[in-house]
Design a protein around this ligand. Structure first.
Ligand code: BGC
Length: 261
């Protein structure tokens, strides 16, 4: 638990399921006021809100498309109207799907880039505007992936979006460091979330993935949420512009295990 988070206001995009839901719940345990954004899954967002409240936090759910300025402005307005302030903004919403690159349509490329990368830009910009206007220290966390670093054939649009998040995060971190605004990313590896449900339900695919992880297990969403809580808290006060990998060692070149190579 990070006591400085208590009663702070946080926006979590894509909070109806998966990592976003786990992060919102963790912030509930930290007694925070949580704006839970969802795109289509109102029931998932509502369930997350109930869990946040049961854990000791406050919560509202807000429908919004993070790839639009209107959507992001709605989120910020609702945070300010309901809770009167904004302290932390988590750009978590994201999507992935698989296409051979020579068959990837422009429409699909744009859909993934719009949500995963443009959504991060819009959320960051809106949070920055508020922090700058109020001259307050702020905190932004972007959901990247091990694939900001590891190439991922047939997921070129997804990998491009995550690589973009990495350099966007570093650049903005440098730009706003002197204003006491910190911005960091989290790089999850293979985590037990709905995005991976079909893949990990197949025992062979599950084994293939586990073989790529030095810790030899899939991660839990709460392990990612713990990283978000730490990055949001003042315990990480001298940390900005990093991607904190939460991946069981997936980015450590596991093929070299045992001295191979
Ligand atoms: C993806 C998962 C994948 C993991 C490791 C994540 O960014 O969302 O689907 O299992 O990377 O490849």
């Amino acid at each position: 638990m990070f006591s400085d988070l208590s009663h702070k206001v946080v926006v979590v995009t894509g909070g109806s399921k998966g990592l976003g839901s786990a992060i919102a719940r963790r912030f509930g345990k930290e007694n925070m006021k949580v704006v839970i954004n969802y795109h289509t899954d109102a029931a998932g967002a509502q369930q997350t809100a109930e869990q946040v409240i049961a854990a000791g936090g406050q919560a509202i759910t807000v429908q919004a498309d993070v790839s639009t300025e209107d959507g992001i402005h709605t989120l910020c307005d609702m945070a300010l109207q309901t809770f009167g302030d904004l302290d932390v903004w988590v750009n978590n919403a994201g999507m992935e799907n698989q296409h051979a690159t020579h068959q990837l349509t422009l429409a699909e490329w744009q859909r993934v880039i719009n949500v995963n990368l443009t959504g991060v830009f819009l959320g960051t910009q809106t949070a920055l505007n508020y922090f700058v206007k109020k001259n307050k220290a702020g905190n932004i966390i972007n959901m990247s992936s091990v694939h900001e670093q590891i190439p991922w054939p047939t997921f070129a649009h997804y990998a491009a979006s995550k690589g973009g998040i990495k350099l966007f995060t570093q650049t903005v971190a440098m730009e706003y460091a002197a204003r006491h605004i910190r911005i960091n990313a989290i790089g999850p590896g293979a985590i037990n979330t709905p995005i991976n449900a079909v893949k990990f339900a197949d025992p062979q695919q599950l084994q293939t993935t586990i073989a790529m992880i030095p810790m030899q297990r899939i991660g839990d969403p709460d392990e990612v949420a713990a990283a978000a809580a730490w990055l949001a808290s003042s315990e990480s006060s001298y940390v900005t512009g990093v991607t904190l990998m939460v991946d069981g060692g997936m980015t450590l070149y596991p093929a070299f295990q045992g001295g191979n190579g």
